[in-house]
Design a binder for this molecule. Sequence first.
Ligand code: TTP
Length: 395
Amino acid sequence: MKAIVLAAGEGTRIRPLSASVPKPMLPVADRPLVAHTVDAAIDAGADEIVLVVGYEHETVQAHFGSSHRGVPVSYARQTEQAGTAHAVNTARRHIDGEFAVLNGDNLYEPAAIERLFEARPAVCAVEVASPRNYGVLSTADGTVTDIVEKPADPPTNLANAGAYAFPADAKEWLEVPASERGEHEITDVLSRVIDEFSVTPITTKRWMDVGRPWELLEANEWKLQTLEPRIDGEVSDTAVLEGTVVVEDGATVNSGVTIEGPALIRSGASVGPNAYVRGATLIDEGASVGHAVEVKNSVLSAGATVGHLSYVGDSVLGRDVNFGAGTTVANLRHDDDDVRFTVKGERVSTGRRKFGVVAGDGVKTGINTSLTPGLKLETGATTVPGEVVDRDREP
Ligand code: TTP
């Protein structure tokens, strides 16, 4: 079965991290977010991957090329983001039988995707506490009987987890009218399939829709835990590594370092001397954590540098960020309230008691910069030495 993976979106809610790469290409443990989906589809038996691409499509194409793990990969360009059904319809010339549709910015349990493929036609569902914000599935006698978008009075707590195994006929039902929000939605295609076929609900325990920066942290928390501990790089005899720690070939862990996993130190990255890395932390390719730096539960993207005497907690640093000596991130409010963050101009709760900062690519802080919780530093922004930054910073 072919798997169509939707990866055309920019990820406007995750800005500035998506300034130069589409959201599905942001790092989650040892690969881009969308690669977790592609790999789950391949493990479940997909014989071709069709990636629907749009925003910064070259980045996706450069990563996967024309085959991935021996499975052919092809591309469909969606030039206008007119909805998920529209996205699948863009790939229509690739469809020649049953097909799966998966979101390139969702994290699935690989075993659930396997069951989805086996039980086709089928849809993945996850039990949630507040179903009102989701597409909600009704079921009877082991089949799906209905799907309602964001119902005021949800019939169940089974949320649509955005993974579908469709019958061949669905190819002809892709041209659905626009919804109230003006998008052509895949859930309207699913409604038709539910009417005409017996659709199996596949319940999954864990699922994530990565939309906002702190959800990228949470995605890393999940996937870093699933790594097998492995030391292929150079680790000093005086370094202490505890829990699930992966040091890739070409990475260096210097003397006096303590790493409490789960943590992944990718190729070309260097840690220490005398650094402390803890919580779920990703130090991506070529990133550097220097002397007397503490990094907790954070993502340091490729080429990011935190040189010396700094603290970074519950934060996401974009590519080639450079934190000057003594840069300190605050990740907890005095009133203990959940940290808020600005998403598309609106201040929203992250739902996290601890959240630090999000720094876009190329941000540079001067020495002894203090950063307050929930700050956004836009791509290329700078601070001067000794500055206390408590408002989002433009470039
Ligand atoms: P969304 O998360 O709704 O959109 P987005 O990824 O652009 O993010 P944001 O809302 O922050 O701007 O999209 C869900 C998935 O479907 C995601 O993987 C992108 C993909 N998609 C397309 O490929 N084409 C489309 O027209 C739409 C609406 C989504």
